[in-house]
Design a protein around this ligand. Structure first.
Ligand SMILES: [Fe+2]
Ligand SMILES: [Fe+2]
Length: 204
């Protein structure tokens, strides 16, 4: 090999390394993601900028829409609670807005977790056994979320009985909502990074 061919060979090697680095630099979207690099082989094939492409949207958009609605309900509850904490809502307004929404949110979330735990997750693990540890993380999130939802329901029941203003209760409710929002945001985003590529890339 002469010097020129050696230069070209070395140049190609550098380019190939750069391309491989690029491939492995695909990172999960949530800043505190728990997803490990080994679990991202489908995410690399179908990254988020392609989820709504014509070939995939009909398979992926249903799941994303459910998550969008969950995020929206969670955001509205936090907005109502923040409005009370900052003095924009009085006790009566705060109570009426919260009471009618919390139970529905909890019910929908329990239903969603139930369908995932009993149906979708086992089906996805059977399709991709390598992803079993990722679904363990997501399943444990459901348990932690369910505990927070139980806490939220108990405080909401207390709110239903509290016609006289109870600032301490509202403060506890606000904290529970913030804890749930934090975990929910991490959970939904990690789940989408794993599940949406499975849905988009599966046949049929
Ligand atoms: Fe989930
Ligand atoms: Fe989900």
């Amino acid at each position: 090999m002469n010097n020129t061919s050696r230069d070209i060979a070395s140049h190609n090697r550098v380019n190939k390394d750069a391309a491989e680095d690029d491939l492995f630099s695909v990172t999960p979207r949530h800043p505190d993601s728990r997803l490990e690099a080994d679990w991202l082989f489908l995410y690399q094939k179908l990254p988020p900028d392609q989820w709504f492409g014509a070939d995939y949207a009909y398979k992926t958009s249903g799941w994303i829409k459910v998550h969008t609605n969950i995020r929206k309900r969670q955001r509205i509850l936090l907005q109502i609670s923040t409005a009370y904490q900052s003095g924009d809502f009085d006790w009566a307004e705060y109570r009426s807005q919260m009471l009618k929404r919390v139970s529905m949110h909890i019910l929908k979330l329990h239903q969603h977790h139930g369908v995932e735990d009993a149906g979708f997750f086992p089906e996805f693990i059977a399709m991709h056994p390598k992803l079993a540890p990722a679904f363990e993380v997501l399943g444990r999130d459901h348990e932690r979320l369910d505990a927070l939802l139980d806490e939220l329901q108990a405080k909401n029941d207390q709110l239903a009985r509290s016609e006289v203003e109870d600032k301490a209760l509202a403060e506890q409710l606000h904290q529970t909502l913030m804890d749930a929002s934090k975990l929910l945001s991490q959970h939904l985003t990690d789940e989408e990074d794993i599940v949406i590529p499975i849905l988009g890339l599966r046949q049929g």
